[in-house]
Design a protein around this ligand. Structure first.
Ligand code: NAD
Ligand code: WQD
Length: 343
């Protein structure tokens, strides 16, 4: 395989995966509507890799554009990152989430079918598991999403599975990410949330850079060693490399759907993350202890052994690496991609 179409390739995880793909010799074409990202990310990918990816500003829900791009690019596979990803937004406006995420994937799959492109890697999420019965969470654990966003992920997993079952020329990999954080070590691409960050790491980085006064720390009475919730944070470049492994595996997977957890298999508490980030940034990082955030589970971490045994992939980067590289991005780009376009 040589060419891959990356939907959502200007976004946080997609842009890092583009870098890993291009550095591994793949031809990359990015299709992104830019509704939650910036064209500056695509410029930065070119600067890091020294290579230019084809870039179409387009929406996956537009079948004629998808087919035009697919015909011109003739990819061997598609990496499908495009979609909406905010849990609270999905609770507030579920129909927007169902329509956007399901429609964009259905239209993309139809475009792939009509162009004879039948290999797909889909960005799923550990959120499909909901509150876990046991830890670590393996791929065979019960799925019961606790919000509409998670349901869209599970429904898309089913949609892709049904397509593969309908025609053995298809193959698919469903990647359930745990908590992706950090940035490319160059600090030239990274996570750039719109408005107030909803996630822990970007919030802490904005405190460190002076954009926010203090972290709201949600929940200090969990049944965990230090009372704060524990998660499986994974470096975004480890995640990117997981996609390469999944992509390569699709070559010999005709007629099959694989589901993999992409996590480290280790959990860190909110207090541990704050401590690691203090170390990386040299900033005191004040926080305010608040009650639990509705919908949060006390602990969630992956059993990533299936990806290791079947794909030969495992995460290698530490929490300190995640904080260092996240800080490299945030300190170079205090206002995210906006500071790049101003300069
Ligand atoms: P992101 O918002 O940074 O990237 C998504 C990209 O898709 C954006 O560039 C956006 O402009 C684009 N996009 C959205 N809808 C589109 C459409 N219909 N057509 C074309 N482009 C469209 O998000 P991310 O954090 O990089 O996440 C990538 C994928 O991984 C998403 O599907 C997300 O649900 C999934 N995921 C993310 C996390 C996480 O914590 N970041 C965890 C698990 C799964
Ligand atoms: C981690 C911990 C918070 C912010 C989310 C999505 C999930 C997936 C990954 C897409 C929790 C605490 C957070 C803050 C805090 N995304 N926290 N103050 O909730 O594990 O997962 O992102 O698929 O679907 O739900 O990650 O980073 O939001 O929270 O104390 O300002 O940090 O309460 O304990 P989460 P997170």
């Amino acid at each position: 395989m040589a060419t891959v179409l990356v939907t959502g390739g200007a976004g946080y995880i997609g842009s890092h995966t583009c870098v890993a793909l291009m550095e591994a010799g793949w031809e990359v074409a990015v299709l992104d509507s830019l509704e939650n990202s910036s064209a500056a990310a695509v410029d930065a990918i070119a600067e890091i890799t020294g290579r230019q990816a084809r870039f179409d500003i387009a929406d996956c829900r537009d079948q004629s554009v998808v087919e035009k791009v697919m015909t011109e690019v003739s990819p061997d596979a598609v990496l499908h990152f495009a979609g909406l990803k905010s849990v609270p937004d999905s609770v507030a406006d579920p129909l927007r989430y169902y329509r956007h995420n399901l429609e964009s994937t259905a239209v993309l799959l139809m475009g792939m079918e009509s162009c004879g492109v039948r290999r797909i890697v889909f960005s799923s999420s550990a959120t499909v598991y909901g509150p876990p019965d046991e830890l670590p969470v393996s791929e065979t654990a019960t799925t019961r999403p606790a919000n509409p966003y998670g349901w869209t992920k599970l429904m898309i997993e089913q949609m892709v599975t049904d397509v593969v079952r309908s025609d053995p020329r298809w193959s698919a990999s469903l990647l359930r990410y745990f908590n992706p954080v950090g940035a490319h070590p160059s600090g030239m691409i990274g996570e750039d949330p719109e408005g107030v960050p909803g996630n822990l790491m970007p919030y802490l980085l904005q405190v460190a850079v002076g954009r926010r006064a203090a972290l709201p720390l949600y929940g200090t009475d969990y049944p965990t060693p230090d009372g704060t919730a524990r998660r499986d944070y994974i470096h975004v470049m480890d995640l990117a490399e997981g996609h390469l492994a999944a992509l390569q595996d699709l070559e010999s997977s005709a007629g099959r759907v694989h589901t993999y957890n992409l996590g480290t298999g280790r959990a860190a508490s909110v207090r541990e993350v704050i401590a690691a980030m203090r170390e990386a940034t040299g900033h005191p990082l004040p926080y305010e202890e608040l009650g639990r955030r509705p919908g949060d589970v006390p602990e969630l971490w992956a059993d990533p052994s299936k990806a290791h045994s079947e794909l030969g992939w495992s995460a290698t980067r530490t929490l300190a690496d995640m904080c260092r590289d996240g800080w490299s991005w945030q300190s170079r780009n205090p206002q995210g991609y906006r500071s790049q376009s101003i300069s």
